[in-house]
Structures are given as C-alpha cells and as structure tokens.
Design a protein around this ligand. Sequence first.
Ligand SMILES: [Zn+2]
Length: 499
Amino acid sequence: MTRKTLELSVALFMLITGVILTSAVPGIRFGSRGSVPVYSSYVRGHDQMNNNGMASHSAKVGDDRVKLEEQPGVNCKVPHAPGATYVIYINWDGFAYRYYEWANSPSGPGTPVLNYLASRGALFTDAHNGFPGTTVPMQTSIVTGAWPAVHGNTHLYYDPLENVVKQMNRENPSETIAEVVAKSGLSSASVQQFALEGRGTWVDDPRHLYVQPSGSWHNRVAEAIKILKQEGVKTGDGQRVIVPEIPRFLAIYADDLDATGHNPGISYGFSLALNYEAWKANLIRKLVYMDSGLGLLVDALSDLGILDQTAIILTSDHGMSHFKGETSLPDVLETLGALGYTAEILSAGEKASPRTDIVLVGGDLSLQFYFRWDVTVREYNEIVEALQGKPYFGGYMSLHELAKAGAHPNLGSLVIWAEPPYHFGPSDLLLRVGGQHNSGDRSSRQVFMLLSGAGIRQGIVVDKPAAIIDVAPTISHLLGVRQPSDSMGRVLEEAIAAH
Ligand SMILES: [Zn+2]
C-alpha cells in the first residue's frame, strides 16, 4: 500500500469510526482537543521526583541498607469479585506519553479511538517505567508487577568476578500475570506478547494460546480479532487452532511505534527522519495508524456484544528520546581522565583491561558506571560534579537512588544520562536523528497508560504518579484473581469503579 493510499484509508477509517462510535455512544466527543493536560515544566534534577522509583537526592555510596519503597494504597493479594469479565492488555512498545499530547495538540490529527476509550476510562498523565528503560526488563516488570531488583532482568551489565560484560535475554524467575490467570482456571491468549510466551500462554495450548503473527499492529489486531471471534489462527508450528472460548485475558504486543522512534531507516513504510520535526511528524502519523487499528478491535468487541464487559489496558515499556550530533562519549572519558581515572566503555562479551579504573556500560543515552576499587563518597561526588557541569549532562541516579527505583544491583553504582539531543553513542550522528530510551530523561521514562471499560471509572484524568508495575496487580483486581507472587505494584484504585 502506498503512503497516500494508507493516509486516505486511515482518514476514511477515522471518519467512519467517528460516525459509528459517535452514533453508538451519544455524548462522546471524538478528537476533542484541549482536554489533554500539558506539563507546565519539567525540571532537571531529582527533588521533584517521587513515587516508587523517583527518589529524593541524599545518596551515600555503598548504602546498601536501602529498601525498596513501600507501595501506598491497597496491596492485598487475595482475589476480589471480578470487575471485568474480560481484560485486554495492549502494549505498544515505545509509546511515550508525549506522542499522545502531540497528536491531540490543536494542530494535531487527534486520536479518536484512544480518546473514545479515555472517555470510558482513566487516562494517566504521569505513568513511568523503571531502570534500565530497555524493552525486556520493562516488559517483564509489567507482566510480573516487579522491578528488575526482584525479577533480575537488567539487560546489560558488567560482571566484576568474571571481568566481562553480560547481556541477558528473557530470564525471568518471577511469576507472570498470565501464569496467575492460568492457575486460576481462566482462559487466556497472547498475540506476540513475548514476555508471556511459555509463561502462562503456550503455542500448543488452545485455552492459553500464544501466537506470533509478526508484521504490523494491524496484522496483530486482525489475529486478536480472530481469537476473540473464535476463528482459526495459525500457531508457530503451522497448526490451525480455534480457542475453546473467548479468552478472559488477552495480551497484544506491537512494536511499530518503537521502530518509528528508533528511526533506523525504512520501517513499516515510514521514511527516514533527518531532523527532529520530521521524526515527530512520523511518530504522530504512526500513532494515528495505531489508533485506527485499535478502532477495529473496539468494533470487534462491540460486534461480539462484550465491549461493556471488557476492560482495556493500554500501556508501554518506555518512551523515547531523540538524539543527534557529535557523541559526548569522548568528553566523558577525558573528564574522568582529568580526574586521574582510566575509563573504558565495554560492549557485551568484552573484558576490561587490567589498568581500567572505571568500566562504562551502555551508550547511546546512558552510561552505567562500575568502579573497580572501593570508591569513597568524596571521589564519587567529585566524579558526579565534574560531569554535572557539562552541557550534555541530563541527570543521574546514585546507587541509593537506583536501589529505591527498583534497579538491580548489577546495573552499576552510578547511572548518568544525556540531555536530549546529546548522546553517548559509539559515533557521531550527523545525517539523521536517532531515538533511544535507555535514559532517565522524562521523554524516555514517561509512558502512555490508559485503563478503560468494565470496572474502570469513566472519563477521569489521573495526574497522580503511577508505575508500570501497577498494571499486573490492577489486572488481578479486575479479573478477581490473586496478584503475581513477586508483585510489588499497587492496584490503581483511583481508576477502579465502585462495585
Ligand atoms: Zn521497548
């Protein structure tokens, strides 16, 4: 499909969906603008952050007595009467909250389906992820309700004992929400939500089915609709399977927005963005496309007569920060050198040389620091202060703050991140704009989060901070099953309707 045809289809679809849904649900305004709250300011630094993972700033090196913050609110692990017969958990990888603001700005195209769901639910304007802000650790946090400190998946880290940088895959010893659903006797399915593959959904279990259709969001929505309508779907080994009932819990994962945000080249039909404005325009267009596919899902639920019994939860693992220009990595190494330290950045599988004092891991937007001697508070602060004065310095998390944020100790003793559009990439980025999300910057940390439908309060905007680890316990609450055994999130009570 050419881009023009696609645009026309999307526009036509939006028009049709708008008419259908508006006529079906009187009083719902589509693409209503000006209702999306805009952040008055975001101050670099630490003191303004709070809530599980955004700690205040009084760190001491080696203070390992820090405990993870207790979660306020209801945290009971016992089942409730279900608030929803069906729960659909949708994850749009790399869906920064600000994309939604951009699309719904006065000059934006609007997102009629998301806005419709928001009118029937709760939109969270301050939902955040944890550390590291990379896909597998954060997708794991969503489905387990636990931060990496507990489930252990921290992506990339330096192992001082073996003197090597290690990269993790999908290791996760913590129970997933899909495993709870299965153990509770409820049916489920996962459309490419890989964090649930073999972890509560399986390719060979029609009652707890895992399918991986690949391709675009629309392709995956089509597969999800087949499952909901109990039509045949193909599993990984080519078998045709029909689910025995409409799954009580359905997870759908799509990475279209993430691919557009990374902007590595041609992806899903969108062209390479050479500057920030073009990048932003691509993301808005992609979000409109995602929105139209969501409309097909809502229509299918309506056709089946289960829309009012279904809760839809849509969130993401991380946002996305743009970067461009010369890399600031050489200056970091020089700055550490001027303080008398030899630092080197290592990739997966690489070993530090014997004379290296500081091992750096990461790159692109953040650097994890591993000190190869017993660093004192004075030395630690000196390093932070030297870097803090740099224009590229976006912020940092000390060991203490990382622990409070639920980061795994393997993540290092210090994490710094770049102020957009600066970066710590291996080379300069001069011809295009890049996107990454392993950053503490708000653009990477603030994710879209919407709860809508059965069991959810209608038409509320929640400014109170929420975390992605709150999703699993909230799903438990809605389905009336227990929480995953390692869950440390809270039920998002402020979004739950009285029943
Ligand atoms: Zn991701």
